[in-house]
Write a protein that binds this ligand. Structure first.
Ligand SMILES: [Zn+2]
Ligand SMILES: [Zn+2]
Length: 241
């Protein structure tokens, strides 16, 4: 009991540096804590959810965002990170930052090619000339696929601006896989697209702890440094907190 109240009282934050305003923008968890407790209770009550998230797939990050609608009433948005049980879109949860049909149209064909090349590589003598050539071809194909996928992400902010992932991404390192798929960008993008004003955001881990044990069941976490922070400066711009 003592430990639980300690975990719940921790304040977390979503933030990032905005190139346009030359300052950090951020959104804290305080006003989303009630929504976090409600979603935790809901997940707790669903047997299928428990079986999945405490099973071999392990747990995942969830997020809630409390928002004000144009008429002044409140609404709580919910998100899961990445895919849920292999699905990008689930009723009652905010969608990803891209059109899912576009995603499969772009990736299906190339992924088949990449797998076919992988099978060819296995049949060749390692480090032979054709083996090296095919490895290079496979790497180029997956890099090109990554770039194409990044370009279908549409990020909208509270200033009315839109950007692709590479336009919004704030440092010179490569964009890590899964950027834009965490809860914070999904929630902010949905709010910006639906004239909602975010008041607070809470991201928490639910289920069996991850392999490195860096994520614990029920704990709140600030937005991640590698994937989210470099795009959240853009995404939070115009919120004026
Ligand atoms: Zn993240
Ligand atoms: Zn800004």
């Amino acid at each position: 009991m003592h430990q639980t109240s300690h975990v719940h009282s921790r304040q977390t934050i979503s933030s990032g540096y905005c190139k346009r305003c030359k300052t950090r923008h951020s959104l804290g968890s305080a006003k989303a804590i009630a929504g976090y407790h409600r979603l935790m209770a809901e997940l707790d009550s669903e047997e299928a959810t428990k079986d999945y998230l405490f099973g071999p797939a392990r747990g995942k990050m969830f997020g809630v965002m409390e928002c004000m609608q144009p008429d002044g009433s409140l609404i709580t948005l919910r998100a899961f990170s990445g895919q849920y049980n292999g699905l990008w879109e689930v009723e009652g949860w905010v969608p990803p930052l891209f059109n899912v049909e576009d995603f499969f149209r772009i990736s299906d064909k190339v992924e088949k090619q990449i797998k076919a090349i992988g099978r060819e590589i296995e049949m060749l003598a390692p480090h032979s000339e054709p083996w090296l050539q095919l490895r290079k071809k496979r790497r180029q194909l997956s890099q090109a696929l990554m770039r194409d996928i990044h370009n279908i992400y549409q990020l909208k902010n509270f200033h009315g601006a839109t950007a692709t992932l590479s336009q919004a991404y704030n440092n010179n390192n490569g964009i890590p896989t899964g950027t834009g798929d965490c809860c914070a960008p999904k929630l902010l993008n949905y709010a910006a697209n639906h004239q909602l004003t975010p008041l607070g955001i809470a991201e928490f881990y639910w289920g069996r702890e991850n392999r490195s044990a860096s994520r614990q069941h029920g704990s709140l976490y600030s937005s991640c440094r590698e994937k989210c922070e470099p795009i959240l400066g853009f995404m939070l711009c115009g919120l004026n907190y």
